[in-house]
Design a protein around this ligand. Sequence first.
Ligand SMILES: Cc1cc2nc3c(=O)[nH]c(=O)nc-3n(C[C@H](O)[C@H](O)[C@H](O)COP(=O)(O)OP(=O)(O)OC[C@H]3O[C@@H](n4cnc5c(N)ncnc54)[C@H](O)[C@@H]3O)c2cc1C
Length: 349
Amino acid sequence: MKSKHSKYIIIGAGLSGLTTAYILNKNGIIDVTILEGRPQIGGRIVTHKDVDLGATWFQQPHQYLTRLLNELNLGSFQQYQKGQSILVYNTMAPAHYFESATDASSAKRIAGGSIAVIHKLSENLGSQIKHNTKVETITEVNKCLEVLTNRGLFSADKVIMTIPPKLASTLDFYPKLPEYLLAIMKQTHTWMSNSIKVGLTFSTPFWRENNFSGTVIGESNPVIELYDHCNFEDNSFSLMGFVNEDLRAAKREDRKEAVLSYLEKYLGESVRNYLDYFEKDWSKDEFTAVQHLQPINSSPQYGNAVFTDFFMNGKLLFSGTETSKHYGGYLEGAVISGLEAARQIINSK
Ligand SMILES: Cc1cc2nc3c(=O)[nH]c(=O)nc-3n(C[C@H](O)[C@H](O)[C@H](O)COP(=O)(O)OP(=O)(O)OC[C@H]3O[C@@H](n4cnc5c(N)ncnc54)[C@H](O)[C@@H]3O)c2cc1C
């Protein structure tokens, strides 16, 4: 089988891979092919009807992401927090109502939804991105790596792997990767791969009109965290949150009813007037999660030092948020790893 050759291949068009491609492009390095398994780009960034079903927030210390947003002329805005927030320890006991301080240090969102950064980064990448192209095998052949996909064979002098390490450990590598590396890849939990997100859109932000912030927190309830998710322009109104993982196995209709009746109790019957209800269980997404769910109770350690080395005789480099020493798991970690991979490629030319 004849392969399509380029100097560099980036596997994965998430924030990390696209940051690398953007920086390489800016430095005149355009012989780059980006292989993406999904029909759409963005990876764990998905914005559906203005609702972020993947990553949403960043914070003031996330300086690399902030700088990138500025460079791309993208705005940001504070998470809406005005009015009463609700803490529900137990649905049988009275809820606790509180007001959050709205200050500059609170969580921020990207204007246009998180997907805006993906669209901007990919603006000049055009046909360099190959959608629906699932990588299966990476083989060292003479001076290059051959990458076998469901859409044929690609090859490159160097490959940057941004698939989360745990998922990447399920690909076939010839020759095999060292055992110590594979062990670390398998142990590296894919951040948020257990999450179930829910979005509800409305014709009016009725909770704001009733002096609620839209924040409803309750660890053991059907929705463990809910937030106002109206857009930057304030003309698209929604609530977004995380569904309790105990509802994962329930039928969609039963889970939806559990979510709606819980929110109705605290925000009022207007919750039932939603325009759209959608949810995304990331554990069922073959391009993020591995089959066996790993319960996760504390924030994992990311950025193992092994990921700074090249493998397969200097031809394979790992990147992606889980490989970042700083803010691993976050958008910030994805940007840092993307910048670092670009730096390593430019330095190794
Ligand atoms: C529900 C949820 C909420 C989150 N909330 C936040 C938040 O509020 N703030 C924050 O900072 N971070 C948050 N995160 C984390 C954030 O989304 C990630 O840190 C970031 O998007 C990771 O980018 P990445 O490029 O490293 O990885 P990914 O986005 O996972 O990119 C990897 C890419 O590889 C592709 N791929 C996978 N397998 C293959 C294959 N075999 N062949 C080809 N392509 C493949 C994938 O489709 C994907 O596009 C959240 C994540 C989730 C899931």
